[in-house]
Design a protein around this ligand. Structure first.
Ligand SMILES: Nc1ncnc2c1ncn2[C@@H]1O[C@H](COP(=O)(O)OP(=O)(O)O)[C@@H](O)[C@H]1O
Ligand SMILES: [Mg+2]
Length: 266
């Protein structure tokens, strides 16, 4: 292994390895002698049942590619995450630095910030957090790249700077780049718009952002908006329906308002 490329003390590494033997958690933060690290174990391959249902449901609307991959985890996902972290870093895209690669775990630089899901829940700078994350997704797309699962919890903010994390799924195995980029937006919108009571402000920013997106991504998004805006008729209240329904209702409302305003006047 090309260990000279890594910058981690051997004693820190030994402590991390001991912790991996003791702990059951999939990931944890570790304070080393100088720096803090985020340790993440390889996820075993799994075929979850929920995405299976979601895939069937979306397939019904001709949008099956929007479902999370049915098959990820295991060796290929582990390698894809490592390759993506390196490639993005080389391209100047903010991702945590890979500090060490073990057989079935990686050690990353710990980001001294919080994920966008939590930051938006906090409420104070909800719109500016959203705009920061969305702008960074846009510039990633301009590099002809896509995320794995662009949910708000997989985007972090550190002193106002956006970092992308969690690259276990390679969407390009199942779809072309334009679809993968449209899917990035849908995952981000699904996991973020439910935090806004009114979509007016966020739609203003969305319109100027999406104007720079490639025409094929915009076409996919328009098609999704046309097919899925009925989701706005779902119940809006969190209780007793839960967060999933609330998220679907919010993205339906968002897509409806966007699409409706896009329609040429007759
Ligand atoms: N490098 C990091 N530094 C600090 N926290 C992190 C880092 N990477 C991830 N996290 C936190 O841990 C959570 C889970 O990490 P993630 O890589 O998304 O793994 P999973 O595959 O379990 O979703 C993230 O939502 C984020 O809050
Ligand atoms: Mg994650």
């Amino acid at each position: 292994m090309d260990s000279d490329k890594y910058q981690i003390d051997l004693s820190d590494l030994a402590s991390i390895q001991a912790l991996l033997d003791q702990k059951a958690a999939r990931s944890f933060l570790f304070q080393g002698s100088r720096d803090r690290y985020f340790v993440k174990r390889n996820r075993p391959t799994k075929t979850p049942t929920v995405p299976f249902l979601v895939k069937g449901f979306l397939g019904f609307f001709g949008l099956g590619y929007l479902a999370p991959s049915l098959n990820y985890g295991g060796k290929d996902s582990f390698q894809y995450e490592i390759d993506t972290l390196r490639r993005f870093k080389d391209l100047g895209i903010s991702v945590p630095r890979l500090m060490f690669r073990g057989d079935n775990y990686i050690v990353l630089e710990a980001l001294d910030g919080e994920n966008v899901d939590i930051l938006m829940g906090d409420g104070r700078n909800r719109l500016s957090v959203w705009v920061a994350a969305a702008s960074e997704i846009m510039s990633l797309h301009q590099h002809k790249l896509c995320l794995s699962q662009g949910f708000a919890r997989n985007i972090m903010l550190v002193d106002g700077r956006v970092f992308f994390i969690d690259f276990e799924e390679n969407p390009l195995e199942n779809m072309d780049l334009a679809k993968a980029q449209a899917r990035d937006w849908i995952y981000f919108l699904l996991s973020s718009t439910w935090q806004f009571d009114s979509m007016d402000q966020v739609l203003l920013h969305w319109r100027s952002l999406i104007a720079v997106e490639s025409p094929s991504v915009r076409n996919h998004l328009t098609q999704i908006a046309q097919r899925m805006n009925w989701l706005r008729f779902l119940p809006k209240k969190r209780k007793p329906w839960g967060r999933d329904i609330m998220q679907l209702q919010a993205i339906g409302r968002f897509l409806f308002q966007w699409e409706y305003a896009n329609k040429p006047e007759t």
